[in-house]
Design a protein around this ligand. Sequence first.
Ligand SMILES: CC(C)(COP(=O)(O)OP(=O)(O)OC[C@H]1O[C@@H](n2cnc3c(N)ncnc32)[C@H](O)[C@@H]1OP(=O)(O)O)[C@@H](O)C(=O)NCCC(=O)NCCS
Length: 176
Amino acid sequence: MPRRQLTTSRLVLRPTSAADADRAFDIQSDWAVTRMLSMASFPPDRDEIGRWFADHRREWAAGEAFRFAVERGGRFIGLVDVDEVRGGDGELGYWYEQPVWGQGYAFEAAKAIVRFAFDEVGLSRLRSGHAADNAASGKVLLKLGFQPLDTVQRRSRSRGEDIMQCRYVLANPARS
Ligand SMILES: CC(C)(COP(=O)(O)OP(=O)(O)OC[C@H]1O[C@@H](n2cnc3c(N)ncnc32)[C@H](O)[C@@H]1OP(=O)(O)O)[C@@H](O)C(=O)NCCC(=O)NCCS
């Protein structure tokens, strides 16, 4: 799968690079963002984030994960990705800096990456999930057509406690 950027009416989604780590660190320094990310540490660790971004090119080449920096007017405002790609399945994730919330960007970017994952990568199914107290993310998933699956207990690294996670699935209509 060649690395390429996607465009929507307002956004550019470009494959991430190691140079994105500083902006990601700034955005994840906001507790309102990071408390919703079960795999992230808080406060964020700059070196760990740097190592994570530095591995994205390899992940893409291996077909393991496709991660995009979301840009609005040339500014990195967030990230959308499909990771844990295996057996025709993948996991959708996203996060944005707080000043841009509520303008439909998460939905717009996620819609583009869902199309990419189904039409170009050829995945059969996407999974996603959000903390039970993250209603905005639930709205995004439902608007994308995701179906609620179940609610499970899982560890939140950022919160340092177990949370309830609402899980969803979306089947590729062309393959079901
Ligand atoms: C969740 C998040 C991605 C949403 O981004 P966004 O760009 O604001 O999302 P959108 O504008 O596309 O859509 C948000 C929807 O949730 C709604 N919403 C916002 N806050 C809400 C709340 N507290 N309760 C219910 N709905 C809410 C909005 O009205 C909108 O719905 P609408 O289009 O029907 O009006 C963003 O808040 C974020 O990055 N949060 C921190 C990280 C995170 O939660 N990532 C997802 C982990 S599962």
